[in-house]
Design a protein around this ligand. Structure first.
Ligand SMILES: [Ca+2]
Length: 258
């Protein structure tokens, strides 16, 4: 005798299996109930899958561990990785062995930053942000050295990005060698950077273009109200000398001499 023939007399399939001490079989349940069971199972599986996908999309920290132009551990690779994880605000930090200023010399233009990111030069051990209300006692150890390049250093179209604690100098070839381009999307922050000067902030090492060129990019903050946020911007050769904004935008500029 199969269980199926007895189900109508015993009420629900679950009651039958419970009374008979048998494990339930899905095929013995009414079609509607089967569809609900299957549907909930699919929903649970989908939920687990989506949760896994969400967890895998969490923000990452990409470490720059050498001064090489490209390859694993390079700044170029970190930017590529950050761009690849689209829609996720990642952080690029620095952990380059050695002593003194770590000078990264891009041999070709770095990838455009197309996904919001935080690039934080102050993550390099031994560096620190300014704490002085007057003057500047920051220690910069990460330098992006153009070494005569005729291309810009950083171009950001993603918006909502932060560049902090970097030295950007010597992008001074014969070309539009701005230190930083902020294009398209806004809401970027440029803080605690030295642009157009040496890492110790005392010697002019010019960029041939603008320090920061802001075009069609609204609501950027250059510097800020805190001592740590102040930039040192000097000795850049662009049209307006230091920065340019083409469209109206909220720009907070604070600079400090070393
Ligand atoms: Ca990303």
């Amino acid at each position: 005798m199969t269980a199926q023939t007895s189900i109508p007399q015993l009420g629900s399939p679950l009651r039958f299996y419970w009374q008979m001490g048998l494990p339930p079989r899905l095929g013995h349940f009414p079609a509607l109930l089967r569809s609900r069971v299957v549907g909930k199972s699919v929903a649970i599986i989908c939920g687990v899958f989506l949760l896994g996908a969400h967890l895998s999309a969490q923000a990452a920290v990409f470490a720059v561990t050498n001064t090489a132009d490209s390859g694993a551990g390079s700044l170029r690779q970190a930017i590529l990785d950050s761009n690849t994880s689209a829609g996720v605000l990642d952080t690029i930090m620095f952990n380059i062995p050695g002593a003194g200023v770590r000078s990264i010399i891009p041999l070709t233009v770095l990838p455009t930053i197309t996904d919001p990111v935080i690039i934080d030069g102050y993550t390099q051990s031994g560096s620190s942000a300014n704490t002085m209300a007057v003057g500047n006692n920051s220690v910069h150890l990460i330098e992006l050295n153009g070494n005569g390049a005729n291309f810009p250093c950083l171009t950001i179209t993603a918006g909502s990005s932060t560049v902090r604690g970097l030295v950007i100098n010597r992008f001074n070839g014969n070309g539009p060698a701005n230190a930083i381009n902020l294009l398209t999307n806004g809401g970027n922050k440029i803080e605690g950077c030295f642009i157009g000067v040496s890492a110790d902030g005392t010697t002019a090492q010019s960029n041939n273009g603008l320090a920061i060129d802001i075009e069609s990019s609204p609501n950027n903050t250059i510097g800020g109200a805190t001592a740590a946020a102040r930039n040192v911007i000097s000795s850049n050769h662009g049209t307006s000398g230091r920065t340019r904004q083409v469209l109206p935008t909220r720009v907070v500029i604070s600079t400090a001499c070393k």
